[in-house]
Design a protein around this ligand. Structure first.
Ligand code: C2O
Length: 514
């Protein structure tokens, strides 16, 4: 494979993606960040420089969905795999494109990605289905006009609901905003009709769209007026194709669809609707225009919605439908964990989540992986580390005792998804001969999801968390230390410990945001 090199400088900038001006975190001056492209088997190298000022803060970038086999220190998670990149400093990530398909990269420092620090990442691999044109990434993101750290505070505020309202919904970083709906006394500059994203279709051809939920909280329901979509992959896992009118994506999830341009009109709307039953928003609707060849691109499409009504269950497609192309039978589990999600108020009255009895709180000066590499296997209980020892395959029963649905994401692995549903698990497994696999799965409010992963095959420290930006800050994270004997033998590059020296020096004179 080839080395794909990128240089990312993270900075602050004042922009107005939907017309409402705000402070956004930019990658090389852009929102969303530039697309990373590689072929399956290549090495991706990204030098990230933290140029965030006024105020300064740390950062770290996570490459969502990669296994990072043999390189757990490049997973990009402060408190777990590295120290934050200190202001003014750089850190170079280098990892294998060991999977192919569509994904995104995003900051894993606090809720920074809700402040704009994310972008698409495409790994080209074998075509499991035929198509003519790769339309590329379609990023769906709920959008907030407030600063991410204020939103984290709001979520955790005493007697808070554990959730906040988004202000808008974007497709590839664009949408209009009705400035007259600004709250009274808000003098932020705002322009109506900021503009929508535009896509081109060739009549009669089959197009591949790479749908990515790169938002902070909301579940998206994506559709195209007058067109069916053929699902070919969920996250990094190619599936036996199935047709649908609507694709449901929780935060972090991707779905690749094929769409044939066989409509009667020459322009159509694509729509991403935030499920208002599964999240809070002041404006749930995002639109982008699709123009067939020859259409007048200055005219708005006139198509009407053909998507079915929201069922309000906040779940992904039926597990029976989502059958992986590459068959992997469910191995025997040699360890079973039951982890409950609870919403509670702590002794100071703050709203937090516990996961398996602990509300996670990390130590940004002391990443778990570095301690595990030195041979430590027990940690501060508040870090919520589960040592899975040499267990080959670990099953996790997640009981969501909160009324809020959560997109549950495991780093380092594709999870086998054994079952999902309301209430408690009845012990049954959907298609044990070849279960659905993916790296984020929705658990409904007051429901369960059961997953399994081949722990020992990938030594490291791997977070398993809700992908709603503020829920990690509020404690909804556990970390699996897998195969500690092998972790101890690994040689962590010096640059990782260097992040801690630099971060330690910076925090001596500065107090980081949590
Ligand atoms: Cu896409 Cu832990 O994150």
């Amino acid at each position: 494979g080839v080395i794909r090199r990128y240089d990312f400088t993270i900075s602050r900038g004042v922009i107005a993606p939907d017309g409402y001006q705000r402070d956004v975190l930019l990658v090389n001056g852009a929102f969303p960040g530039p697309t990373i492209e590689a072929n399956w088997g290549d090495t991706i190298q990204v030098k990230v420089t933290n140029n965030i000022t006024a105020p300064e803060e740390g950062t770290a970038v996570h490459w969502h969905g990669f296994f990072q086999k043999g390189t757990p220190w490049y997973d990009g998670v402060p408190s777990i795999s590295q120290c934050p990149i200190a202001p003014g400093k750089s850190f170079t990530y280098q990892f294998q494109a060991d999977v192919y398909g569509s994904t995104w990269y995003h900051s894993h420092y606090s809720a920074q990605y809700a402040g704009g620090l994310f972008g698409p990442l495409v790994v080209y691999g074998p075509r499991t289905e035929k198509y003519d044109i790769d339309v590329g990434p379609v990023l769906l993101s709920d959008w907030y006009h407030a600063e991410y750290y204020d939103l984290v505070q709001e979520v955790m505020s005493p007697a808070g609901p554990g959730i906040v309202f988004s202000d808008n919904n974007l497709i590839n970083g664009k949408n209009n905003f009705n400035c007259s709906t600004k709250p009274a006394g808000d003098n932020t500059p705002c322009t109506n009709n900021a503009g929508l994203a535009k896509f081109k279709f060739q009549r009669g051809k089959v197009h591949r769209l790479r749908l990515i939920n790169s938002g902070a909280e909301a579940l998206q329901r994506f559709s195209i007026d007058g067109h069916k979509m053929r699902v070919i992959a969920n996250d990094f896992v190619s599936v036996e194709p199935y047709d649908t009118d609507v694709v449901t994506l929780g935060i972090g999830q991707r779905t690749d669809v094929l769409v044939k341009a066989d409509g009667k009109l020459d322009a159509y709307w694509m729509r991403a609707n935030i499920s208002t039953i599964c999240g809070l928003t002041r404006q749930p609707f995002a639109k982008a225009a699709i123009y067939y060849n020859g259409a007048n691109q200055n005219k708005e499409p006139t198509s009407v919605p053909t998507n079915p009504p929201d069922p309000g269950t906040c779940v992904n497609d039926d597990l029976a439908l989502t059958k992986p192309k590459v068959k992997m039978p469910l191995p025997k589990a040699d360890k079973v964990l039951t982890l409950d999600i609870e919403l509670f108020q702590n002794e100071t009255g703050h709203t937090l989540f516990s996961f398996g009895g602990v509300a996670f709180r990390g130590n940004m000066n002391s990443p778990t992986l570095l301690l595990a590499d030195l041979g430590n296997t027990t940690f501060d209980p508040i870090w919520n580390v589960q040592n899975t020892g040499n267990a080959k395959s670990v099953r996790v029963v997640v009981n969501n005792n909160s009324p809020i649905p959560h997109p549950m994401h495991l780093h380092g692995f594709d999870m086998y998804v054994l079952n999902e549903g309301p209430g408690a698990w009845d012990g049954s497994i959907v298609r044990a001969s070849n279960p659905q696999r993916r790296d984020v799965i929705q658990v409904r409010g007051s429901g369960h999801v059961v997953i399994q992963f081949d722990a020992a095959s990938n030594p490291g420290v791997w977070p398993f968390h809700c992908h709603i930006a503020w829920h990690v800050s509020a404690g909804l994270l556990t970390q699996f230390l897998t195969n500690p004997a092998q972790v101890e033998k690994m040689r962590v590059p010096n640059t990782v410990a260097e992040t801690c020296r630099q971060w330690g020096a910076w925090t001596k004179t500065n107090i980081p945001e949590q």
